[in-house]
Design a protein around this ligand. Structure first.
Ligand code: LMR
Length: 407
């Protein structure tokens, strides 16, 4: 009966968003959820998205029919090219199957569900997540019955990567484990591997026969360069790995609520790779059909039009540079303001880290203080969404941090 249902805790990120909305103080600052804001702290509709939206709305042939189970074909094939590169050996050899999903969350879920069903029975396969990671990873994997552990990732001392800890844990993991990797702009730390470190990790993952599971939600958002942000995945493909990719368009298109995303499964090169990929596609289609039947059309239509139209694609790249450029400016400004104030500690990590987030190193107690004294909202692990900072609130925020650190 309903009596046995226990109360669950509120989702930390969406709970934070609700608390921010309730706060009536005009000085309040929202550095919680990872969503881009302009210099006036307002949501930003990318100009290219506005343009694509106008074109789609005025199309007399537009209707609201079902999409195929695997989604809009123009969208999934453009998504493959975007993440793998147009000249990817995996695409040439037809070793990739892709399904449109309910954004990145849906893609992670579909991948986890597939692995739980087909890759678990022969072993006690478990998944490894970075410590810390996007908290939803834990729930999504455990919901489909996969167990997980974590690998060290963030060094509290350097506020950078703990590569040795990461490496040793993956080396000691049981053969054939699933290793979940953030392709770029790691959430929540903003700390990425160098290309050299990726190469070492790829070698180790191969030696241990692990399965790489890439989560990519920030392509083009980290460096402003789509190719550079896709480098790690492309490198793994070049090395012939079998792997999967969960791709989100929430951040890089600002299509948060439209839930546009894609799941890709890439098989390794072999003589029967095409037949393998066909069998995998058939199973993924059944999983998708049973869960969402077919994906939502609107966001995918917008992304697809942009990805498949060269002039719109060029404008999108410009919009990406606008977003990543403003964030980089805010990183520089925050670091120099904290250094000017002489705030105890070092602040170089603010500009060393990349992407939407900075992992400030502030303690849970300091985070609480910032919220209570200054109406600043951030997750309790000290993560800030850099996009919440702007030329109007950055002085206020730096002074609030200075005060919280000194108290
Ligand atoms: C975040 O980490 O803030 C975003 O990815 C939003 C979410 O869905 O958690």
């Amino acid at each position: 009966s309903a009596d046995v249902v226990p109360q669950a805790p509120e989702d930390p990120l969406f709970g934070l968003m609700a608390a921010f909305r309730r706060d009536e103080d005009p000085k309040k600052v929202d550095l919680g959820i990872g969503a881009y804001r302009d210099d006036n702290a307002k949501p930003w509709i990318l100009p290219v998205v506005k343009k694509a939206d106008d074109i789609i709305r005025n199309d007399p042939n537009l209707n609201h029919e079902y999409l195929p189970i695997a989604g809009l074909t123009e969208f999934t094939s453009a998504s493959q090219k975007l993440i793998l590169g147009g000249d990817s050996p995996a695409l040439k050899e037809k070793r990739v199957t892709s399904l449109q999903t309910v954004s990145g969350t849906g893609a992670v879920h579909l991948g986890a569900l597939f692995l739980a069903k087909f890759y678990k029975p022969d072993s006690k396969r478990i998944a490894y997540f970075s410590d810390p990671t996007w908290p939803n990873h834990f729930q999504i994997f455990s919901n489909v019955g996969l167990s997980y552990k974590t690998y060290p990732y963030f060094s509290k001392e350097t506020k950078g990567l703990d590569f040795d800890g990461f490496y040793n844990t993956i080396q000691n993991a049981d053969e054939g484990s699933i290793v979940v990797l953030h392709a770029c702009a790691h959430n929540p730390t903003g700390v990425d591997l160098t290309q050299d470190q990726w190469k070492k990790m790829a070698e180790l993952i191969r030696a241990k026969k692990h399965f790489p599971f890439f989560d990519t939600a920030y392509q083009g958002f980290a460096s402003g360069d789509l190719t550079r942000d896709g480098w790690a995945i492309r490198y793994f493909i070049e090395q012939g790995f079998e792997l999967c990719i969960a791709q989100s368009y929430a951040k890089n298109f600002g299509l948060y609520g439209e839930r546009a995303g894609c799941f890709h499964f890439v098989t390794s090169p072999s003589s029967d790779a095409q037949s393998t990929v066909g069998r995998i596609a058939s199973q993924l289609a059944i999983l998708q059909r049973s869960e969402i039947s077919n994906p939502p059309a609107y966001g995918a239509r917008i992304a697809s039009l942009v990805l498949n139209t060269p002039e719109l694609f060029a404008q999108w790249e410009e919009d990406l540079r606008t977003m990543s450029g403003r964030i980089i400016k805010m990183r520089k400004a925050l670091r120099s303001k904290l250094e000017e104030l002489g705030t105890p500690g070092t602040w170089n990590h603010i500009t060393d880290q990349i992407g939407m987030f900075s992992f400030t190193g502030l303690s849970e107690q300091q985070v609480t203080k910032l919220r209570e004294d200054s109406h600043v909202y951030m997750t309790k692990n000290g993560r800030i969404s850099m996009a919440g900072l702007n030329t109007k609130n950055i002085d206020y925020f730096a002074k609030a941090v200075d005060k919280a650190v000194r108290d």
